[in-house]
Design a protein around this ligand. Structure first.
Ligand code: ADP
Length: 362
């Protein structure tokens, strides 16, 4: 049978995109294949104009095509490859190729420069807080190296269920939630790195049967590792929230997290300063860690400041006992602080547009 574009497309699956580690067909880089007699012309989209990469890719493509021709005993004369330079960020490309979670309106990542700043606490609080304000909310525990949602949401009382090959989210505290911590033993999840982390995260996000959601909040592992990259390549994010504590020493890490999201093309919706200050029983406020550091950093980096959450022992207790809604009963100051952050986030999300400009240079 003479060569068809479909055979050639299959042959090109043997070549991987150095950026996403997907094959170039799955990564959507093969724009066009034309067969004119014995000559073949291809158009490939790349996000770099680096000549050495073009040369390498050209050689791999030609070798794959000639090998397929040889197997089918067909003659190929010239193979010409034209590169289109696609400078869109990972997240812009995902926005353009469609949402794998069509039931979900806005997807928001929650990240932090380092562990222990209260990222999972804030992600949980944002999820239940937005639900308290009337939104339909999902919470995905993407912290696959150290999932804390089983404890923070009290999921040990719940059983994992599946339907039609999909995981059913846990319906708790007015939200839908999913965590790897209920599917594998937590000490096993800790050893996943690279492609295994990528694939575990993808499965968790896309094989959960989310209902109609206004927001899906994704709690990411701390730092700038594999999972944020997987997320930005997989789901069209409306933006990211960065959690930090007020100390100056915590801010270098937070800045790195901000830059990572910006490089992936994910807008920063704003910064939350956790453990911002302590309110004593007499109502007096103490700035233990230097309140205002987060707000200052947000202003220096031209980012929105979503608000500060006080430190309070009962906040730790409600996380340990899996009762996030009890945070609203701690003190009036706490309840106002939590609602303010949620309202500011909802405003920040509604002012983002998911339409991204695209730039293609030949
Ligand atoms: P991360 O996700 O950044 O590693 P966690 O959300 O797991 O951090 O929080 C670390 C610890 O700090 C947890 O025990 C949590 O209950 C506690 N914590 C977080 N925020 C507060 C707060 N505002 N007040 C008191 N304890 C808090």
């Amino acid at each position: 049978m003479p060569l068809q574009p479909s055979n050639l497309r299959e042959a090109l699956r043997s070549i991987s995109d150095p950026d996403s580690e997907k094959d170039i067909v799955t990564a959507g880089m093969v724009r066009d294949i034309q067969i004119d007699g014995d000559d073949i012309a291809l158009e490939i989209a790349l996000n770099t104009s680096e000549p050495s990469l073009h040369q390498k890719m050209r050689e791999q493509i030609e070798a794959a095509i000639r090998a397929t021709a040889q197997t089918s005993e067909e003659i190929v004369a010239a193979v010409s490859v034209t590169f289109t330079i696609d400078t869109r960020s990972a997240n812009e490309r995902v926005h353009d190729s469609g949402n794998p979670l069509p039931n979900v309106k806005k997807i928001i990542a929650v990240g932090a420069g380092k562990g222990g700043v209260g990222k999972s606490t804030i992600a949980t609080t944002l999820a239940v807080g937005l639900a308290r304000q009337g939104a339909k909310v999902g919470l995905l525990d993407g912290d696959i190296y150290g999932p804390s949602m089983p404890t923070m949401l009290g999921l040990h009382r719940e059983e994992s269920k599946a339907e039609d090959g999909f995981l059913l989210p846990f319906e708790v505290h007015g939200i839908q939630a999913m965590t790897i911590g209920k599917l594998v033993e937590p000490d096993k999840a800790l050893i996943w790195r690279g492609p295994r982390a990528h694939s575990a995260f993808n499965q968790l996000a896309t094989q959960t049967k989310w209902g109609e959601l206004d927001y899906l909040i994704v709690d990411l592992p701390p730092g700038t590792g594999d999972v944020p990259l997987s997320l930005a390549q997989l789901l069209p994010l409306s933006g990211a929230v960065i959690v930090c504590t007020p100390q100056v020493v915590a801010q270098d890490d937070a800045r790195r997290a901000v830059r990572m999201f910006q490089q992936l093309g994910v807008p920063i919706l704003g910064l939350v300063e956790n453990m911002s200050y302590f309110v004593a029983d007499d109502g007096k406020e103490y700035d233990i860690f230097g309140r205002g550091g987060g707000e200052q950093m947000a202003s220096d980096m031209n980012l929105a400041y979503l608000g500060g959450i006080p430190i309070h022992p009962d906040m730790r207790i409600s996380a340990d006992t899996g009762e996030p809604l009890r945070n609203w009963e701690i003190t009036d100051t706490m309840s106002v602080a939590l609602d303010t952050v949620c309202e500011n986030l909802a405003k920040a999300v509604s002012s983002t547009t998911d339409e991204r400009p695209t730039l293609s240079i030949n």
